[in-house]
Design a protein around this ligand. Structure first.
Ligand SMILES: *Cc1c(COP(=O)(O)O)cnc(C)c1O
Length: 458
């Protein structure tokens, strides 16, 4: 009890304790993620193939499955120092409100203007683009966090930034758009008439409000058609997961400082980058047989790629211009219902996480959005942070696990990733507060339609 009192509400790291290298968990995996396949030839992609789409250094990171530690360039370390380390917070107030013997910690990534963890990878991707002498980058954004993060990173390095924003978000979140424009980005609603793929989708589905997969296709085409531009992506890819390991490395360093060993680690899973980043160092210990943890990925019931998807090769985008990846997927043609957690509406999942899940290192669960918002509200009232709907998926399960401890009397230590703040999600919060939020769970028939879009490979 005495010892426990010494643990502060917020555990910070000193500058010299911050990570100087990212950790590439693939190096410790016996079963590596399956190779990416070229979208036309279906052969494993080469560095040359990938370098046409991505910056060269990032293409190298994407294909590197043997180097365990990769140096974080000094300029990126310096940028990180502006908003990192992010605090690891002991949720004393939440524990008290729940009257649970569980010890709850959360790693809060919302302390920057993008309001999420996405800046950790955006700054790295912009850095490598600048190093390569590129003029600019193109990307897609769904909920807007990634587009904002990338706009900030591009502004810092003086790069041009073109963002294709899913049309429904573009219309629903005008303030997100203005933040991006303030940082100098050019924001286009997707599907647009500016790309061949956008025109085709507009013709096939008139009046469509867009999707992430479609915006990705547009951004890839825009990059390919302009000299000195490359495409960058904010989740799903192994390079993004690598950059996000700064979250897990800091978390582990902070816990180690106080000899705390977590029992359960929880994160929300959209494309898998924050969860992958948070758990990588811990999974590394599991892979090397040094420790054991219960790891839980939380996804929305409306877009359940791990819990109800198939482990198969699929396109990462609707336009089928990106490489194929073997992953848990609902099919590139799956159209999720209008879930409010925009950042979790992706049909697939990181290849690394998919493999770890298939091998039994991580568990997955899915939750309904009304229960997610109830958890968000409960958390906001006692911990003082208004969480993003995406992050609140992790809060939901952290609370559920803490309540289980209350029943059994177990003093488990729970760590969860609080990926961001929800200030731009007030339309969703309003629906919740007005009692107008529903829970659409896809039927087997809905899922069958998505699976029908899977390419047949092998
Ligand atoms: C984008 C986003 C997510 C989901 O993306 P992952 O790649 O799965 O981490 C979760 N939370 C917030 C706040 C986001 O912006």
């Amino acid at each position: 009890m005495n010892e426990e009192k010494k643990i502060p509400y917020k555990i910070y790291l000193e500058e010299d304790e911050m990570p100087k290298q990212w950790y590439n968990v693939r190096a410790d995996m016996k079963n590596k993620p399956a190779p990416l396949l070229h979208p036309q030839t279906f052969k494993p992609v080469t560095l040359e193939d990938l370098s046409e789409v991505f910056c060269e250094e990032l293409a190298k990171q994407e294909l590197d499955e043997t180097t365990p530690y990769i140096d974080i360039p000094q300029e990126i370390q310096d940028f990180y120092k502006m908003y990192r380390p992010s605090p690891l917070v002991r949720a004393y107030c939440l524990e008290k409100a729940l009257d649970t013997p569980a010890k709850i910690y959360y790693k809060f990534e919302g302390n920057n203007t993008s309001g999420s963890h996405k800046l950790n990878s955006a700054i790295a991707q912009a850095y490598y683009a600048k190093q390569q002498g590129l003029k600019g980058v193109t990307t897609e954004t769904g909920a807007g966090q990634w587009g904002t993060a990338l706009s900030m990173a591009c502004a810092y390095f003086g790069l041009d930034c073109e963002v294709f924003m899913v049309k429904c978000s573009y219309e629903q979140k005008p303030f997100r758009r203005e933040v991006m424009r303030t940082y100098g980005a050019n924001v286009t609603p997707s599907p647009s008439m500016e790309t061949a793929v956008g025109r085709k989708i507009n013709e096939e589905f008139p009046g469509t409000s867009g999707s992430l997969g479609c915006a990705i296709s547009e951004a890839v085409e825009a990059a390919a058609s302009k000299e000195g531009y490359r495409y960058v992506l904010g989740s799903v890819l192994s390079q993004v997961l690598l950059h996000q390991t700064v979250i897990g490395l800091e978390t582990k360093a902070a816990l180690d400082k106080y000899d705390i060993k977590p029992d359960i680690i929880i994160g929300c899973a959209g494309g898998g980058s924050n969860l992958g980043g948070l758990i990588s160092p811990f999974v590394g210990e599991m892979l090397r047989g040094e420790a054991d943890y219960q790891i839980i990925a939380v996804e929305p019931k409306s877009c359940p790629s791990l819990t109800r998807g198939k482990y198969a090769y699929d396109y990462c985008d609707t336009g089928k211009v990106c490489p194929l990846q073997k992953m848990y997927t609902l099919g590139n043609g799956f159209i999720p219902s209008a879930s409010h957690a925009g950042g979790l509406r992706y049909h697939g999942m990181s290849a690394t996480l998919s493999q770890l899940y298939d091998d039994g290192y991580i568990q997955a669960t899915s939750v309904e959005q009304t229960s997610v918002f109830a958890a968000a509200q409960q958390f906001a009232k006692v911990e003082g942070i208004l969480p993003a709907p995406e992050s609140s998926h992790a809060i939901r399960v952290a609370i559920d696990e803490a309540m289980k401890c209350k029943e059994t009397g177990e003093e488990k230590t729970i760590v969860f990733g609080l990926t961001g703040t929800g200030y731009f999600d007030m339309v969703s919060y309003k629906r919740f507060n007005d009692g107008e939020m529903g829970d659409y769970i896809p039927t087997e028939e809905d899922l069958a339609k998505g699976f029908a879009s899977l390419p047949y490979i092998e």
